[in-house]
Design a protein. Structure first.
Length: 130
């Protein structure tokens, strides 16, 4: 199968050695995604719901670049620095994935790459090529 790597163009992709998304056949894997805008600025400082929305918008862009959509998502993983924000984060996730209902995991972590980042989300998708 052919492997395709997709970049967002962020400098740290080369530095850290990862791709924004990778597609192998019908499988698309989106790397951990944070609440950053097109210029790399953190969006929604102090607001887990706003950050979740931005993460999912960024995931949607990565999926599109790899020929997939949010409707193709089969699994998400949410990493949060404060599990007490689970409901705020969950409501946004639920609004975005309402009828899609991917398998999902939410875990609390001690910190993420920057203290302003409250949420990081990964997504896996499957595009049926038949």
């Amino acid at each position: 199968m052919t492997r395709e790597n997709f970049s967002s163009g962020a400098d740290w992709e080369r530095l850290v050695g990862y791709s924004r998304a990778v597609r192998v056949g019908g499988n698309v894997y989106v790397s951990g995604t944070t609440a950053t805008d097109a210029n790399g600025n953190i969006v929604g400082t102090g607001d887990a719901a706003v950050q979740t929305r931005q993460c999912l918008q960024n995931i949607e862009l990565a999926l599109r670049s790899a020929g997939a959509t949010l409707q193709d998502v089969v699994r998400t993983r949410m990493y949060v620095v404060n599990i007490d924000d689970w409901e705020k984060i969950g409501r946004v996730h639920g609004k975005v994935f309402g009828e899609i209902l991917p398998a999902a995991t939410m875990v609390e972590v001690s910190s993420l790459i920057s203290p302003e980042i409250l949420v990081e989300i990964e997504a896996d998708a499957y595009v049926d090529s038949t």
